[in-house]
Design a protein around this ligand. Structure first.
Ligand SMILES: [Mg+2]
Length: 257
C-alpha cells in the first residue's frame, strides 16, 4: 500500500526550487499544446525565484524554448527534455547531442502515428514522444512499439510517463539535472526542493533526498521516493504562494470544458 505523505514544511530562505511543470503546476491536457496557463502563475514563480536569490529552476520533459514561451515573461533557469537541454543560473544554454539512430527511429514512429488513431508523435529534437492521451487503451501497444524501436538502438532508453512513452538518449534524467544545477550559483550551498508528479520525477526526488533536501509528490499517494505530498495541482499552487508570502487566487476559467 502506498504511504500517506505529510504536507511539506514551510519554505526556508535557503531553499533552491526545482519544479516539474505538467501535472505539477498546470493541468495535463488532451495534447501537450492544449494546456491552460493561469496568468497568475508566472508572476508567482517569478516572486519565489526572486525571493530565493534566483534559485528556482523548471525541470520538465518539455523543450526549453517551449518552457520559455509558456512562462513568458518569466524566464528562469530550466532543464528541458528531462535534462537533455538546460539553461543554467548564468543564462548559458547547453544540450546533449543525440547518438546515431534517431532519424531511423523517427521515421518508424512517424509511420506508426499515421496509421494508429489516437497516437501522436511529438518530435522533440533529441527525443521522441508517443502520446496516447486521446486513446488510453493504446498503453500496452505503445510501450511494446517503443521497446521494439529502442532494441535496435541501445544508446537510447524509454521514459514511461502519464499517457506518454518517450525515447531519449540514456544518461540524462531529472536527478542528474538537479545535481548539475546544485554545483553552481545561485543554487550551490542551498537546500534542494524537488516538486513533481510523475514517474520521471522519481530521479529528482531521490537526488533531493540524497542532498538532504525536500521531495514533494503532487497527486494521489503511490509508491514514491518523495517524503512529502500534496493532493493536487491546486494544493501545490497554494503551497507555493504561501511560500512566497502571498495567496493563490483560483483561476476561474481554468478546467471549464
Ligand atoms: Mg509532470
Amino acid at each position: 500500500m502506498a504511504n500517506l505523505l505529510r504536507p511539506p514544511p514551510a519554505a526556508a530562505p535557503d531553499w533552491a526550487w526545482f519544479l516539474d511543470v505538467d501535472g505539477t503546476l498546470i493541468e495535463i491536457a488532451p495534447t501537450p499544446s492544449a494546456i491552460v496557463m493561469p496568468e497568475e502563475l508566472p508572476p508567482l514563480l517569478q516572486r519565489l525565484h526572486d525571493q530565493h536569490g534566483g534559485a528556482l529552476a523548471l525541470v520538465s520533459g518539455r523543450r526549453l524554448d517551449n518552457l520559455r514561451q509558456l512562462m513568458a515573461p518569466f524566464d528562469p533557469p530550466a532543464a528541458g527534455l528531462h535534462g537533455l537541454e538546460w539553461r543554467d543560473g548564468a543564462g548559458l544554454v547547453g544540450r546533449v547531442e543525440p547518438p546515431p539512430g534517431l532519424e531511423e527511429m523517427r521515421r518508424r514512429l512517424h509511420r506508426e502515428a499515421e496509421q494508429v488513431t489516437g497516437l501522436l508523435l511529438e518530435d522533440k529534437g533529441p527525443a521522441l514522444a508517443l502520446h496516447y492521451r486521446q486513446a488510453p487503451d493504446l498503453a500496452e501497444y505503445v510501450l511494446r512499439t517503443a521497446e521494439a524501436v529502442v532494441r535496435d538502438h541501445p544508446a537510447y532508453g524509454l521514459v514511461v510517463g502519464k499517457m506518454v512513452v518517450e525515447i531519449k538518449p540514456r544518461g540524462a534524467d531529472k536527478g542528474a539535472a538537479v545535481a548539475a544545477f546544485m554545483r553552481a550559483p545561485p543554487f550551490a550551498g542551498r537546500v534542494p526542493v524537488f516538486v513533481g508528479d510523475d514517474v520521471t520525477d522519481e530521479d529528482g526526488f531521490a537526488t533531493a533526498n540524497a542532498m538532504g533536501g525536500v521531495s514533494v509528490l503532487v497527486g494521489p499517494p503511490r509508491d514514491t521516493a518523495a517524503r512529502y505530498g500534496l493532493p493536487d495541482i491546486e494544493a501545490c499552487r497554494v503551497w507555493l504562494a504561501t511560500s512566497a508570502g502571498t495567496h493563490w487566487i483560483p483561476h476561474m476559467g481554468e478546467g471549464a470544458d
